[in-house]
Design a protein around this ligand. Structure first.
Ligand SMILES: [Zn+2]
Length: 252
């Protein structure tokens, strides 16, 4: 943790300090060694919040973009008595969780239920080599897109390649029927006109837990653009590019 209480006030770790854990009120000690980020730890036991993961530079960099009073906010459910530390809770009450390690579906659901209004930022560094952003898609709500059915694309094709078919050309199509396919390149300018940042993607050995989230999920590959996971239509998923700064500003 980045904060513990000393004399009732939130305090960052400095060498040789003792504090009180804001979650369980047990004693904590400052850990200010050369190897790991300076942090607070409980004496001789694991973190009292089972949802807590060891903080990385990635966590700290993200949290540092928010005001200190928005970081590590203890959340208490008076009905169940459960207490957890939200990585960030904005002035508007939106919880932002920065997730570096894998998470089970049960924990995902439990955390979303506990926090309510929340979003996830997932560190994509570990699976960046398995993740490819593919061709652009038109806004699925646009009139132009209503007639189109996009086929799942693959990174084996050139980045801008994809195929689709038209409902109007295949009016009575049932699953498994042959349809006339077209190349994405034939509708490039129309897609550009209706583009809102969405792309097909390929994720080899995907962390499917993130497809089940009921909260927005933003993948962070360490670039200026975050990729928000979305269902495009009933057939394919997509990611939508969101400038990192834009997301942060919208939460401040
Ligand atoms: Zn504690």
């Amino acid at each position: 943790m980045q904060y513990a209480f000393i004399d009732g006030a939130r305090h960052a770790p400095e060498p040789n300090l003792e504090g009180i854990c804001p979650v369980c009120s047990e004693a904590t000690v400052s850990k200010c060694g050369p190897m790991r980020l300076w942090h607070w730890a409980h004496r001789g036991k694991r973190h009292c919040d089972s949802w807590w993961e060891n903080e990385t530079e990635w966590h700290r960099a993200w949290k540092s973009r928010f005001p200190p009073e928005s970081r590590e906010v203890v959340h208490f459910d008076s009905a169940t008595g459960e207490k957890h530390v939200a990585d960030v809770k904005t002035q508007c009450g939106v919880v932002v969780e920065f997730q570096n390690s894998a998470i089970s579906l049960a924990e995902l659901y439990a955390r979303e239920l506990f926090y309510g209004r929340m979003l996830w930022v997932v560190n994509g560094a570990r699976f960046a080599a398995q993740f490819t952003v593919l061709h652009a898609l038109p806004d699925p709500r646009s009139e132009f897109a209503q007639d189109l059915v996009f086929c799942p694309a693959t990174s084996k094709w050139p980045r801008s390649s994809g195929i689709f078919w038209r409902k109007s050309e295949n009016p009575d199509t049932k699953p498994g029927d042959l349809v006339e396919l077209h190349s994405i390149s034939s509708i490039k300018s129309e897609i550009e006109r209706e583009y809102i940042g969405q792309h097909q993607f390929e994720w080899v050995r995907p962390h499917t837990v993130w497809f089940e989230s009921t909260a927005p999920v933003f993948l962070d590959f360490g670039e200026d653009t975050l990729w928000r996971l979305q269902e495009y239509d009933s057939a394919i998923r997509c990611v939508q590019g969101v400038p990192k700064e834009q997301l942060i500003q919208s939460l401040l």
